[in-house]
Every structure is written in structure tokens, then in C-alpha cells.
Design a protein around this ligand. Structure first.
Ligand code: SF4
Length: 297
């Protein structure tokens, strides 16, 4: 069967050994499965999020922090482990046994067919924690519709509005054309974020946006779009953790400045958002920590 699951619609016959433009072939692979503590507080909680890091990606971000995972080969090169649905279901159940608050599917888009089969299997064997779909946002609505009732919490990026920046930094000029309706479809399926008595996400949407150096105006455009198209109490995670990788060209060869991040946060507050996660930013050495420490309500 040819794959048209993501906006690239490359049509690779992965079941018969072809490799898609995402780098994924017949078998899905996971590079890592473990409890993860560096997501937003409703996702990581106190016991961690049960993260499954899949290989492959349908974007080509020049600043990718997981390049070894996202560009890993089709059939488990290096440390990646090939998975069928039974093995993926077993990993989910094991992460639940370890106490994870949820199952966090990281870069899941090229693996939707496997996820569609694995989650019901895991549910039949006792999986009761929420499924989090942690995506770059470059999705087809048609594919997301197949996940209705399977995914509980959507955690999409909304990286760019401008096609020029999306092309320059992620190689996908049409990013917003797909990401905008995709995030709206996610909201249609699960609505606003609902948490339990301990503040742990049970269902709903958190939109993430990474503020980039020299691109605060782009952040403002993203926030304006959210303000115009989603409820004002939509949960937004405004991330400051951009870290340049070696050899990066200007302006991505440096971290975000405090002034840039403050401008982004000020705009979000001025727009009236009532649920906004912000990150700590150390002024002493210009470094950033991944923990989230701010939450306006
Ligand atoms: S998910 Fe991969 S194989 Fe499927 S259409 Fe996208 S790039 Fe092609």
C-alpha cells in the first residue's frame, strides 16, 4: 500500500520495502522509550511522561536537536529498534507499569498506521493512561481524522506562518497551509485541555511554539493566528530553549536573547491568553534550561 499519510504524499510503497521521504520504511522504529521529565507540567507531571521517540521525520529543520533520531535509517540503523504493533503495545504497557502519566508519541506522523493498530491492542491489555501525540504540526487532516478516539492529548508545534521562513529553516514552504488546519482539527477532536485533580493532562490540546533568534515578529504572527482561531483559554507553550548546533549560520548561530523572549511573552499576554507556559531563561550565562517554570492562569 502506498503511503500518503503526511503532506509530502510521497506515495512510497513502504510495506514492500520502499523508504518514504520521511526516511521510514517497512518497519517503524523507536530510538528510545523511557520516562521523560522535560515536557510541560501537565504532561511530565511528577512521574514523567512515557516517551517513545520514533525515527524518521517529514520535516528538515536546520536546527533539529534530534538529528540522529530524525534522520535514522528505515530499518533500525544504529540503536533504533524495529517494532510491530505487538511490540509497540508492550512498550506502552511497560511505560505504564513504570508509573508514566501518559504515553508520549514523539514524531509520530510517519508511524500513524502502526499507532492505529498498537493503541487498541494495548488498551485491550489494560493500557489506561492517555495517549499524547507530540508532533511538528506538519500533518494532513485526513490522516488525523483516523486518530479520533485514539489520541487523547494533542501536543503540536505551530512553528511558522510565513512560507519564506518555513522554507528557509525547515525546507517546507507549505508548512502553515497544512499545520493551521491540522491544529484546528486536533482542537475539534479533543477540545481545550482538561486535567485531573493533580493537574495532569487527561485530554485536550497544548500548542507549542519555539521562539527563534531574530524571528519574534514570526512568533507574533503565530500568536495572532491562535488568537483569531482558537478560544482565548487555549493552552500555549512558548519555548525559549532554542540551542544552536555546531556550524549553524546567522542568525541561528546564537541563543535567544532575554529581550527577544520578553517581547514574545509580552505579545502573548497583550493578546489576552489565559493559559500560557513560559520557560526559565538564565541571564547569568546566557543559557536556557528546558524546565518550564511559569504558568499564567
Ligand atoms: S509519512 Fe513518510 S512515507 Fe508517508 S507520505 Fe509522508 S514522507 Fe511519504
Amino acid at each position: 500500500m502506498n503511503c500518503f499519510d503526511c503532506p509530502l504524499m510521497c506515495g512510497a510503497d513502504r510495506e514492500n520495502g520502499e523508504t518514504g521521504a520521511c526516511g521510514v520504511g517497512r518497519l517503524s522504529c523507536a530510538a528510545r522509550a523511557a520516562r521523560h521529565y522535560y515536557e510541560e507540567p501537565p504532561v511530565s507531571g511528577t512521574r514523567g511522561s512515557g516517551a517513545i521517540f520514533f525515527t524518521g521525520c517529514n520535516m528538515r529543520c536546520v536546527f533539529c536537536q534530534n538529528l540522529d533520531i530524525s534522520t535514522a535509517g528505515a530499518e533500525g540503523e544504529g540503536e533504533a529498534k524495529p517494532l510491530d504493533e505487538g511490540e509497540l503495545a508492550d512498550i506502552m504497557l511497560r511505560l505504564q507499569e513504570l508509573g508514566s502519566h501518559n504515553i508520549n508519541l514523539v514524531t509520530p506522523t510517519p508511524h500513524v498506521k502502526l499507532i492505529e493498530r498498537a493503541v487498541p491492542l494495548a488498551r485491550a491489555h489494560g493500557l489506561s493512561i492517555p495517549i499524547v501525540y507530540n508532533t511538528n504540526g506538519y500533518e494532513r487532516v485526513e490522516t488525523l481524522k483516523r486518530l479520533e478516539g485514539i489520541v487523547d492529548v494533542y501536543l503540536p508545534d505551530l512553528k511558522y506562518v510565513s512560507g519564506r521562513l518555513a522554507l528557509r529553516y525547515s525546507g517546507r514552504e507549505d508548512y502553515f497551509d497544512f499545520a493551521a488546519p491540522a491544529v484546528m482539527e486536533m482542537h475539534r477532536q479533543v477540545g481545550g485541555l482538561v486535567t485531573d485533580e493533580d493537574g495532569i493532562a487527561m485530554k485536550g490540546l497544548i500548542i507549542r511554539h519555539l521562539v527563534l533568534p531574530c524571528a519574534v515578529d514570526e512568533t507574533r504572527r503565530v500568536l495572532d493566528f491562535i488568537r483569531d482561531n482558537f478560544p482565548i483559554d487555549t493552552f500555549i507553550s512558548l519555548m525559549s530553549q532554542y540551542t544552536p548546533i555546531p556550524g549553524m549560520k546567522r542568525p541561528l548561530d546564537r541563543r535567544l536573547t532575554r529581550a527577544e523572549y520578553d517581547r514574545a511573552v509580552d505579545h502573548a499576554i497583550a493578546l489576552g491568553f489565559t493559559n500560557l507556559f513560559i520557560q526559565k531563561l538564565s541571564s547569568a550565562d546566557g543559557s536556557f534550561t528546558p524546565e518550564f517554570d511559569g504558568f499564567f492562569e
